[in-house]
Design a protein around this ligand. Structure first.
Ligand SMILES: NC(=O)c1ccc[n+]([C@@H]2O[C@H](COP(=O)([O-])OP(=O)(O)OC[C@H]3O[C@@H](n4cnc5c(N)ncnc54)[C@H](OP(=O)(O)O)[C@@H]3O)[C@@H](O)[C@H]2O)c1
Length: 377
């Protein structure tokens, strides 16, 4: 019997709807999840606004989730069991794999990138984290060359993480606390004030907002007589020629090929490997409360409410909070329990048992038939 599923999908440029969607197929290195909560990201409304050829399959939207493991593919190497409470990311609005988003009742994602939810974290808080963590992993530990925790940064070099109330910045500043200043980020003098604060020795910036304006501020903050590095999330070039600009996309962490802005991004094994390592480290940092989630704004409406939330984000009505929607109940007896029974039924070889029972029944029937009195010929 086919199982039902519903999700919020992109149907055309700037057009999304909640509708029945296929129950997701379990690829070998994926896990299937019954979604409990999802959080929204700017990418959800940004990707919806990208051009889209009509007639293509609907694309499941959404990048973050928390939920319960329903099935585990045979090539997933991280240890998961059916019923585990987990959280993680998915590549939403993905032309290559239309069912890879997270705004669905049942979703699939690459198993080794999924994190076990510490018991001190609610599903709604857990859902706020994955995109921020991925961005931190690639931004800090690859492009800005910081050592992975628990290793410590040698010396006291400054690092500016620009964008104080964004989810990415929040994930970072709490995690390392390298430079957290209340310098007003919308103050046009903010860059030069940071340069003064750091004694003109700042050489590395992570711009988690990345607009031409923020690039100007970051350029003004960087040291003047040393080569600078400007890592940013939106493909912005630093206005300074002596500063190296680096743009990256968190999607590469899934280790799958994808298209972005008409350009093909190949499989990136290095990013996948870094993310899977940091995902496991992050589980411990969360458990130890060394990472504290971005404040969640949990809204009613379930799947049907998400589109309105996306539009509120686009209209800049959400500040310093992560919008979260609840899609499923966290009940003890769930489809996960059914899956456990199903798994065990196969472990004890239920099919041969049924065949033996059937053979015995057929033989007994034949015996009784031959020993009951029949009319004489
Ligand atoms: N390349 C990637 O892989 C990647 C990954 C993650 C995010 N991103 C992109 O990065 C951007 C931020 O994402 P997010 O998830 O961190 O968003 P978010 O949690 O919604 O944070 C955005 C925050 O940025 C602040 N902000 C806006 N303009 C600012 C400015 N000029 N100066 C300082 N702060 C400003 C806003 O603060 P106020 O509330 O005070 O207005 C807002 O709260 C988005 O465009 C997103 O698509 C890219």
């Amino acid at each position: 019997m086919s199982r039902t599923n519903r999700g919020l999908v992109k149907l055309a440029q700037d057009k999304a709807a909640v509708q029945d969607i296929p129950f997701p197929r379990l690829r070998d290195d994926y896990i299937r999840i019954r979604t409990i909560a999802v959080a929204l990201n700017p990418a959800d409304w940004q990707d919806l606004g990208e051009p889209y050829e009509l007639g293509r399959p609907p694309l499941l939207i959404g990048c973050d989730f928390a939920g319960i493991v329903e099935a585990v593919g045979p090539q997933v190497t991280k240890k998961f069991s059916v019923g585990d409470r987990v959280f993680g990311g998915g590549h939403g609005t993905n032309d290559v794999q239309p069912e890879d988003g997270t705004f669905g009742q049942y979703i699939v994602t690459r198993g080794d990138t999924v994190m076990h939810k510490p018991s001190n974290l609610s599903f709604t808080d857990a859902a706020t984290l994955p995109s921020g963590l991925v961005t931190v992993a690639l931004g800090l530990y690859k492009h800005l060359s910081l050592p992975l925790p628990p290793a410590k940064v040698e010396g006291q070099p400054w690092l500016l993480v620009y964008g104080g109330s964004s989810a990415t910045d929040h994930a970072y500043t709490i995690h390392r606390g390298v430079l957290e200043t209340n310098a007003q980020q919308r103050d046009p003098e903010c860059g030069s004030k940071i340069q003064a604060l750091t004694g003109g020795s700042l050489t590395r910036v992570f711009d988690t907002i990345a607009t031409p304006d923020t690039a100007l501020i970051c350029a003004a903050a960087l040291a003047e007589d040393e080569p600078g590095l400007y890592v940013n999330l939106m493909g912005i070039e630093s206005p300074r020629k002596d500063v190296k600009s680096v743009f990256f996309l968190g999607y590469t962490a899934m280790g799958e090929e994808f298209w972005f802005d008409g350009e093909k991004w190949p499989v990136d094994h290095e990013d996948f490997s870094l993310w899977t390592r940091f995902a496991t480290i992050a589980e411990g940092l969360l458990e130890a409360k060394k990472i504290v989630p971005h404040p969640a704004l949990v809204r009613d409406g379930g799947l049907d409410g998400i589109y309105g939330g996306m539009m509120d984000m686009k209209a800049k009505k959400i500040s310093g909070q992560k919008l979260v929607y609840i899609l499923g109940k966290n009940e003890a007896f769930s489809t996960a329990s059914v899956s456990v029974l199903h798994t065990w039924a196969f472990r004890i070889n239920v099919i041969p048992l049924l065949m033996i029972t059937w053979t015995c029944t057929a033989r007994l029937l034949a015996y009784f038939k031959s020993h009951t009195s029949r009319p004489q010929d």
